[in-house]
Design a protein around this ligand. Structure first.
Ligand SMILES: CC(C)(COP(=O)(O)OP(=O)(O)OC[C@H]1O[C@@H](n2cnc3c(N)ncnc32)[C@H](O)[C@@H]1OP(=O)(O)O)[C@@H](O)C(=O)NCCC(=O)NCCS
Length: 150
């Protein structure tokens, strides 16, 4: 039976499991290390780091923040997302993104979610487009930004 995928807060109990997740060597440049992201999240109050569980095992990590959009609306930005190399291609990424979008949709006054990725990432563009994300162009660091209206 397929393992249930869920998001959970990163805590004293699971942060080491998150930090030990790895990408394949040819993917390492696509996302900052989880250790870096966890450190960053301690100094950015808006950051919402999440461990991705498949059953009882930590298989991935994502991080997003929520800021003000136009007027009183709010906007989410998913800026880290990875599934451990040993667990890719099993549907966990798709289930985790669906769970993240469900969590984000529940935020009051949320209108939009954006996601960023390296333009040379062969999987990201089509994968996010399948959720309805539309590419909006590159940011100042050269990363592609895609947006989804909620
Ligand atoms: C992108 C990523 C999060 C997807 O997670 P995953 O668990 O492997 O994805 P899934 O098994 O749910 O598959 C999602 C889609 O991606 C595609 N995909 C996944 N790995 C792939 C690969 N190595 N090559 C080609 N396509 C791939 C699948 O075809 C799938 O499409 P489908 O659901 O229509 O069949 C994961 O591959 C990853 O961590 N990649 C490296 C880091 C990265 O690129 N992060 C995202 C940008 S910041």
């Amino acid at each position: 039976m397929a393992k249930r995928v869920r998001l959970a807060e990163v805590t004293a109990d699971n942060w080491r499991a998150v930090a030990s997740l790895r990408l394949a060597p040819d993917q390492a440049h696509l996302v900052a290390s989880n250790l870096y992201s966890l450190a960053e999240s301690k100094f950015d109050q808006a950051a919402r780091p999440r461990a991705i569980y498949a059953g009882r095992r930590v298989v991935g990590f994502l991080m997003y923040d929520v800021s003000r959009g136009r007027g009183k609306s709010r906007k989410a930005f998913i800026y880290r997302f990875m599934i451990d190399a040993a667990h890719q291609g099993k549907g966990y990424g798709r289930a985790a993104l669906a769970a993240a979008l469900a969590e984000i949709r529940a935020i009051p006054k949320i209108r939009k979610v954006a996601i960023s990725y390296m333009p040379d990432n062969p999987v990201a563009g089509p994968f996010y487009a399948s959720f309805g994300f539309a590419e909006r162009g590159r940011d100042e660091d050269g990363e592609m930004i895609a947006e989804l209206k909620l």
